[in-house]
Design a protein. Structure first.
Length: 364
């Protein structure tokens, strides 16, 4: 009888001991998981692709991100199948306070999204340079020529990249490549272009959507004022209809390339390039930049009217004229105001007269 009694007592003692041990273990686990992490709010935690579970835990402990032992973290990770849900990438720990929150974030796979913005009107060269400025983007463009880029992006090496990428803000995660971002921007531009082309109201002047893209890029370069784009488009469309040269300074500047020093001269306006719309008839062969949706719509829906000339006033807006005489007065006015260096499509009056007279056109 006494043996049975002692066995019962020993069993109860063991049970109590086990309960105490479990409670203590749970408390230790709770304390460990709810201990604070040591992390600067302006830093991010990066898990490189292919990093093992042990490597990740070592990162956390060796950098004193967590004060919890590596052994405890490993046991916890194995018991909760932590490794199976991990995703490589960059994690923002700024709102993470405890070990438990840190592990939950890493398990969630909610990697940090960054963004890059491309300004309307930028050239492809400017896009390439801007992509280089981000340390979070995998650089693949450096070793590629434009034709090679277009093979990857569009499958057409003969295409100029100019105008074929939609200016916008694009989100990406650390390690995404510049080529991946360009592919997204190209697809977006093609989709936008085809949709807008299908809704066009312009008839008889532009024969395909690519010509609309060219015209939109010129409009984009000529004015940044939303209210003027439709009239700028009107001027160019009227000139195309009447077989008058477009005479757009930005096209000349684009054709000059790196030789342009910031001062557009008479000599520059006469220099023969494919993009010189003072010496060449019609549209240039390619866009001269990446147009916005607003400029694309302006090209496809020009305002109706008789304007044939415009000059920038220097305050962001534009003066429009129906005759050369009226335009010359406007050019004189704004040049006298000291604004001649600011407006984009305002050639010197005498050269403009010379070019107009050579064409033998009568306006107004």
């Amino acid at each position: 009888m006494s043996k049975i009694f002692y066995r019962i007592i020993n069993a109860k003692t063991l049970l109590v001991f086990l309960v105490i041990l479990i409670i203590a273990s749970v408390k230790v686990c709770h304390d460990q998981l709810n201990s604070s992490i040591n992390w600067r709010s302006d830093e991010t935690f990066v898990i490189e692709s292919g990093t093992s579970l042990g490597g990740i835990l070592k990162q956390l402990t060796s950098k004193d991100v967590v004060m919890t032992s590596e052994e405890f973290l490993l046991a916890y990770a194995l018991l909760t199948n932590f490794r199976g849900s991990l995703k490589a990438g960059e994690y923002d720990l700024s709102k993470t306070k405890t070990v438990a929150e840190l592990l939950a974030l890493l398990r969630s796979g909610r990697v940090l999204e960054r963004q890059i913005t491309f300004i309307e009107g930028w050239t492809f060269e400017q896009w390439r340079n801007h992509l280089k400025t981000s340390p979070y983007i995998n650089q693949e463009l450096e070793k590629l020529k434009n034709s090679e880029v277009m093979i990857i992006v569009a499958g057409k090496p003969e295409l100029s990249p100019e105008g074929l990428f939609f200016p916008d803000t694009y989100r990406f995660t650390r390690g995404d490549s510049d080529i991946q971002i360009l592919k997204r921007a190209h697809i977006k531009m093609i989709n936008v272009l085809e949709k807008e082309w299908g809704n066009r109201t312009i008839e008889g002047i532009l024969t395909n959507s690519y010509q609309a893209l060219i015209l939109a890029s010129i409009i984009e370069s000529e004015t940044g004022f939303m209210g003027d784009r439709g009239k700028v488009s009107q001027v160019f469309v009227n000139r195309l209809r009447r077989n008058i040269r477009l005479q757009s300074d930005p096209t000349v500047i684009y054709g000059l390339g790196k030789t342009f020093d910031g001062n557009l001269t008479k000599k520059d306006l006469r220099k023969p390039t494919q993009f010189n719309t003072y010496t060449n008839q019609g549209l240039p062969p390619t866009p001269i930049g990446m147009p916005s949706l607003a400029s694309l719509r302006a090209a496809l829906h020009p305002e109706v009217g008789e304007y044939l000339y415009f000059v920038a006033k220097g305050d962001g807006t534009t003066h429009f004229s129906k005759t050369l005489a009226e335009h010359n007065l406007a050019v004189e006015r704004y040049q006298r105001s000291g604004r001649s260096n600011n407006y984009k499509s305002a050639p010197q009056k005498r050269l403009l007269n010379e070019l107009e007279n050579k064409k033998g056109n009568t306006d107004g």
